[in-house]
Design a protein. Sequence first.
Length: 222
Amino acid sequence: MINLVVLFLSTIVAFWISAICGGGASLILIPLLNFMLPSSLIPFSLTIGTFTSSVSRIIVFKRHINWKIFLWFVPFSIPAVLLGGYLIKYIEPSYLQLIVAFFLMGNIPQLFKSKNAALSSESKCSKSFLAIIGFLSGFISGITGAIGLLFNRFYLKMGLSKEEIICTRAANEVFLHLVKLIIYIILGLYSKAALGLAIAVATIVSSFTVQFILPYLSDQVF
């Protein structure tokens, strides 16, 4: 029971941070879930959270969806998530998480660039680039459960506001998470119902409360 309470509260905070930072809840929760579940079941629990979070964020921020990105991202990400879900039995997610950690550390210098300098140094994203990002996001997400934080630079490159990033990411990823849940269940890679329910309810609470925090953050701080 104590574990469920800790998981519930941690999930709320993790998805607050995720909304404020544009992602990363899954990376925050992985160490906690490692104490509760075998590594092969962690992606399912994370996907429960990211799916319910995406649905609730779409409801809260639906006016800010960028449909151009959505229409080029989703069709290429779904086949990739199927491939990633299939390979999950052969790839240890922890190794991929280590690679992701080094990649994120490599992006630290970007924090010290001004917003205008960062935008001016980037070129506009072509439709083919959108398709490639969609494929990579789907593939990595299929293996790890969710890894949207890696692609924040892509959304910033498109010149989106903080509300647009949150909602467009949610719209792009909600279908991926649904497909992954089906794949994990078929493969028998699902965790206890209590854990999934605790994570799902916590993400909904987090999404509906973060809207009162976000207006106080400038785009630069975000």
